[in-house]
Design a protein around this ligand. Structure first.
Ligand SMILES: [Zn+2]
Length: 65
């Protein structure tokens, strides 16, 4: 959703956190913000991505091999 104010347009975004449905106002220049809080939800997502990477690492045959 894009709203325009007098001087700038602001972006209302939904947090990308899987367990979070918060909306936040993205005032960052590139408009690339994804989380309501980069330390809370953003940090959680980075940790989850790290765990996903570890899990899918080739290790010579997973349980479905
Ligand atoms: Zn969030």
């Amino acid at each position: 959703m894009r709203l325009s104010s007098r001087t700038q347009s602001i972006e209302i975004r939904e947090c990308a956190g899987p367990e979070c449905a918060l909306l936040f106002v993205d005032t960052s220049r590139p408009g690339k913000r994804r989380w309501c809080s980069s330390t809370a939800c953003g940090g959680k997502e980075r940790a989850a991505a790290y765990r996903r990477r570890k899990r899918t690492e080739p290790d010579g045959g997973g349980p479905e091999a």
